[in-house]
Design a protein around this ligand. Structure first.
Ligand code: MG
Length: 163
């Protein structure tokens, strides 16, 4: 399942490295000597969680079906136009952001506003691609990976990551 989800992300134009880049930029000021590999590892760990896999599967399937015009109205138009008041994309991705506790909420809120790195490209309304769920999924995974780094560095050991 994990590999399938990672393939799905790639198919939709996002790599784990790009998410790790966001994590590094966000966490480096607070964690001395934090490496890209450590961030990439943290992102990998987030993908081990079944609840994360399910959120991604759901969100990306809805993005893809909307892109193909296969969703029933009025939902088709709502997702296609990324209506600001829809909010289900954020709600769903919040489930990823909080897997390592509420500490992920702050990062999620920040990423949602700042849209760094790949998130800015995903937010581009000019393209015909639908990334209504994808941008929040990227923010959710990055926020969770950042929260995990904060926790493991605090505790000084790697917790059992597999749920
Ligand atoms: Mg969105």
């Amino acid at each position: 399942m994990k590999e399938k989800i990672i393939d799905m992300l790639k198919e939709r134009g996002v790599t784990l490295e790009e998410i790790a880049e966001i994590v590094l930029n966000m966490q480096a000021p607070y964690n001395e000597g934090l490496s890209f590999d450590e961030c990439l590892w943290s992102v990998q760990m987030v993908f081990e969680k079944r609840e994360v896999q399910h959120v991604i599967l759901t969100g990306l399937t809805l993005d893809k079906l909307t892109e193909e015009g296969k969703i029933q109205e009025p939902l088709q138009s709502i997702i296609a136009s990324d209506e600001p008041l829809y909010g289900v994309d954020e709600t769903l991705a919040m489930g990823i952001a909080t897997i390592y506790g509420t500490i992920g909420i702050t990062s999620f809120g920040y990423l949602d506003k700042a849209k760094p790195g790949i998130m800015e490209r995903l937010d581009n309304k000019e393209s015909k691609k639908v990334h209504t769920f994808m941008d929040d999924i990227v923010a959710g995974v990055a926020a969770a990976a950042a929260a995990r780094i904060a926790h493991t560095r605090e505790v000084g050991e790697i917790e059992d990551d597999i749920s």
